[in-house]
Design a binder for this molecule. Structure first.
Ligand code: ADP
Ligand code: MG
Length: 366
């Protein structure tokens, strides 16, 4: 369906895309992940001819779209794009947003265009909003309208550039559900996303982009569970964990709890798991509190999707001593509670730091 050969793109002296070659088959769903600023958007924009690559060929259905004779409007119809910021026409009703391009560019009659648009609005669950204006809709609704508008052009490929990044967390799943449905129906899609669980579920392949390249690619299992290259490994590890530096007994517990909650939500952990994590962290911090007068604590919360486990890692300086057994403990209540909620508690000394690792079962879903 798509064949990219030696695609590169530079802005002045800045080389954004170095040398990208890849092939994408019909019906494939590719999620593109990677740190920001690595050219993910630029890659999609080059495919859609919103940016012009410096050199290469891009064949879509056997036709080189970089050829001067290529019909840009036709290319964009075949390979339509959905943006992070929706890009709806605010002065047009939802229906007019959907029918405009099919009437103008595909030569459809208003009747035909409206009929098809209504079907698409039903598909994304928003037929009731046909006569509303974009400003009257939530972010999630706007993005679903943008997807319907994209589908109105009968594309063969859809390019999504972070379709949920501008949304409130509560609205992410309604948009992802629509994309999931398209995947089930066999739509070919390239999706730049930070939603890793979604990417794992929905994709046939994952592209990890870094350093202007598709640095590593593979099945979701290969990339998320067993990345081969160092930068991929670091990235995957980073998105699976959050780290807190706690340097005094007067640290901001509310802010920490908020971040832990957001992290759990992002990993789609259940409410029960989230509450368990918050409770264990609170107990751990109570135990460490007297120590925090003199030493700093680094707390890492890491989730392993593969094993469905969470690890709470507490690293602290000071003398070699198990912080869960020291003289500073008032009683065993906290430690017992932690034991009750965990599957394992390990203590280690690496010559420099005391390290407690509390492992616990983590379930996903509501
Ligand atoms: P990503 O989507 O992975 O975050 P982008 O493709 O948006 O990355 O950007 C890659 C790099 O290209 C960034 O360093 C960005 O600053 C630069 N860049 C993007 N668009 C332009 C532009 N129009 N002019 C100059 N530099 C740009
Ligand atoms: Mg981007």
């Amino acid at each position: 369906m798509i064949k990219v050969q030696h695609l590169s793109k530079r802005y002045g002296d800045l080389v954004v895309l170095k040398d990208i070659s890849t092939e994408i088959k019909k019906g494939e769903v590719i999620s593109i992940i990677g740190p920001s600023g690595t050219g993910k958007s630029t890659f999609l924009r080059c495919l859609n001819l919103l940016d012009h690559p410096s050199s290469s060929s891009i064949h879509v259905d056997g036709c080189n779209i970089l050829d001067k004779k290529a019909d840009i409007a036709k290319v964009r119809q075949k390979m339509n794009m959905v943006f992070q910021s929706f890009n709806l026409f605010s002065h047009l009703s939802v229906m007019d947003n959907l029918t405009l391009a099919p009437m103008k560019l595909l030569g459809k009659t208003r009747d035909d265009a409206e009929k098809k648009s209504l079907d698409l609005l039903r598909l994304v669950g928003l037929a009731e909003k046909a006569n509303s204006y974009p400003d009257e809709l939530s972010g999630g609704q706007k993005q679903r309208i943008a997807i319907a508008r994209c589908l109105a052009m009968d594309p063969e490929v859809i390019l999504f550039d972070e379709p949920t990044s501008a949304l409130d967390p509560t609205m992410v799943s309604e948009v992802l559900s629509v994309i999931r449905k398209l995947a089930q129906e066999g739509m070919t899609m390239l999706i730049v996303t930070h939603e890793m669980s979604f990417a794992r579920d929905v994709s046939s392949r994952i592209f990890y982009m870094d350093q202007g390249l598709i640095y590593e690619e593979g099945t979701p299992e290969q990339i998320f569970d067993a990345p081969q290259k160092e930068r991929t490994r670091n990235f995957i590890h980073r998105i699976r964990s959050c780290v807190f530096e706690i340097t005094s007994p007067d640290f901001d517990l509310y802010a920490l709890n908020g971040e832990v909650e957001a992290f759990c939500d992002k990993q789609f952990l259940s409410r029960k798991t989230r509450n368990k994590v918050l409770l264990v962290i609170e107990e751990l911090l109570m135990i460490y509190k007297p120590l925090l007068e003199t030493i700093a604590l680094e707390l890492t919360v890491a989730y392993s999707e593969k094993n469905e486990t969470l690890a709470l890692v507490c690293e602290s300086g000071g003398n070699q001593c198990n912080p869960l057994e020291g003289d500073h403990l008032v009683d065993d209540l906290g430690v017992n509670l932690i034991k009750q909620f965990s599957t394992d508690i390990a203590y280690g000394w690496d010559g420099d730091k005391n390290k407690i690792t509390v492992s616990m079962q983590a379930t996903r879903g509501v």
